[in-house]
Design a protein around this ligand. Sequence first.
Ligand code: MN3
Length: 208
Amino acid sequence: MDDLDKTSYQLPELNYDFNAMEPVISAEIMELHYTKHHKAYVTNLNSALEKYHEAETKNDVAQMIALQAAIKFNGGGHINHSIFWTILTPVAKKSSEGPHGELAKMIDRDFGSFDQFKEKLTQASIGIQGSGWGWLGYNKGQKRLEIATCANQDPVSAQGLIPLMGIDVWEHAYYLQYKNVRADYVKAIWKIFHWRHIDERFAKASLA
Ligand code: MN3
């Protein structure tokens, strides 16, 4: 079972309680989102990878191809949520006032101002049809920041961007609290972004 160990992904630990993001995101949503939704992506990713490796040892290319959709969906879900938990911080922590340093400068350069960037990412995220994510990403080749939207759980790295911060607009992320009003959720989540951590993500992305 050594091969299985190599491909076994796990839920990352949260360094805050499920009620930490209240009142912006309820404890009920956080708990379900983490223990049910993210957990399911991890379980299903491990299962798909296990089947993939079995197919690989049998040279069953058709089966390997058939498993790619499950790997993409659940692998993307695991990647996206693993980032999402780390870019949130309780309102009281005061990390939420905005980016500092090089990231702040680059947001001003590439979007005009923080407020313009915020408005663009907000509108892009609200406008996603169906389930998906809105992202701020770093385009390393062009050395610039870009806003991108992704359908389903597609990782933004597939668009050539290093993910810096993202907004999960799947209904599971807000419906219990905000019902059908995605716009209210997207506007509220700006109160709990962990900009000190996002600053660090940008520093790593720009140096890498
Ligand atoms: Mn989600």
